[in-house]
Design a protein around this ligand. Structure first.
Ligand code: AMP
Length: 284
């Protein structure tokens, strides 16, 4: 595996692989790799001659008061894990390589409207603009055939798909199912912020989704009643503060009245200072 920090170097490696007839898979991450990220990498490995992973804690997608400064960074550890999962090129640029003019002088952003105001977008203004902008840059730098994203960040998948379609980006977006701990907690780099009591309390997210799934399987279609039951369950956990519960259309992210077809059931919960998200995609 090659570790590169310069755009020109990753472009060269991709060009060489393409000249050999290899296809390119991209996994974009913020590092602090765990089994979720590694599953994306292994999925890409099985399908492509060249697997590129990026590690970039993107300042543009963090709001004031969010955890940009303290987000865990350990390139040596991540490099070992990425190599073990079959990564060929690890692109870990410094901030100045991605934003050479400086963040305050940026003139160009990718703004996806409407769907970015919903769910997580409601409490994280600017987050999806920052995410879409950096993902567009990574798509332009790496020019992957396929980019792999975790279903864990369901809204990210929806926004990236829409951006790629609207802007005719020549990349296929593949969503990979959420990887969980044995007790149901979705893996997240932010889980390491949790103390033992909070780690236990964090199970409220997957329990709330389990409750929604049970209702839907039982044929109960009232979306408001599902949101209410999930919200009540979260309120019952003293260490948890519910930010939102959504039972929405999986493409428009508009809240549903009744679940008659596919639905995205999603929630964001603060456990102490840590904001966690989880979701399930109901196929209908
Ligand atoms: P992050 O480093 O948090 O930006 O995540 C990088 C990629 O890994 C995103 O596409 C995430 O959706 C994905 N990812 C994070 N956690 C998981 C998980 N538990 N299961 C599957 N994919 C995940």
């Amino acid at each position: 595996m090659e570790i590169v920090g310069r755009v020109a170097d990753v472009e060269k490696l991709v060009r060489e692989a393409r000249a050999d007839g290899r296809t390119v898979g991209l996994v974009a991450t913020m590092g602090c790799l765990h089994e979720g990220h590694l599953t994306l990498l292994r999925t890409a490995r099985a399908a492509h001659g060249l697997v590129v992973a990026s590690i970039f804690v993107n300042p543009l997608q963090f709001g004031p008061g969010e955890d940009y400064a303290v987000y865990p960074r350990d390139l040596d550890r991540d490099a070992g894990l990425a190599a073990g999962a079959g990564c060929d090129v690890l692109f870990a640029p410094p901030v100045a390589e991605m934003y050479p003019q400086g963040l305050d002088s940026m003139l160009t952003y990718v703004t996806v409207r409407d769907i970015t105001d919903r769910l997580c977008g409601a409490s994280r203004p600017g987050h999806f603009r920052g995410m879409a902008t950096v993902v567009a840059k990574l798509f332009n730098i790496v020019a992957p055939d396929v980019a792999y994203f975790g279903q864990k960040d369901a809204q990210q998948v929806v926004v990236v798909r829409r951006m790629a379609a609207d802007l005719n980006m020549n990349v296929r977006i593949v969503a990979v199912p959420t990887v969980r701990e044995a007790d149901g907690l979705a893996l997240s780099s932010r889980n390491m912020y949790l103390n033992p009591a909070e780690r236990q309390a964090a199970l409220v997210l997957s329990r709330a989704l389990g409750l929604a799934a049970a209702r839907l399987k039982a044929g109960r279609r009232d979306a408001a009643a599902i949101r209410k039951a999930m919200g009540d369950l979260v309120v019952g956990e003293p260490l948890a503060a519910c930010e939102y519960v959504a039972v929405c259309d999986p493409v428009t992210l508009r809240e549903l009245d009744r679940v008659e077809g596919p639905a995205l059931v999603a929630l964001a919960v603060r456990i102490g200072k840590t904001r966690l998200i989880d979701n399930l995609l109901w196929e209908g």
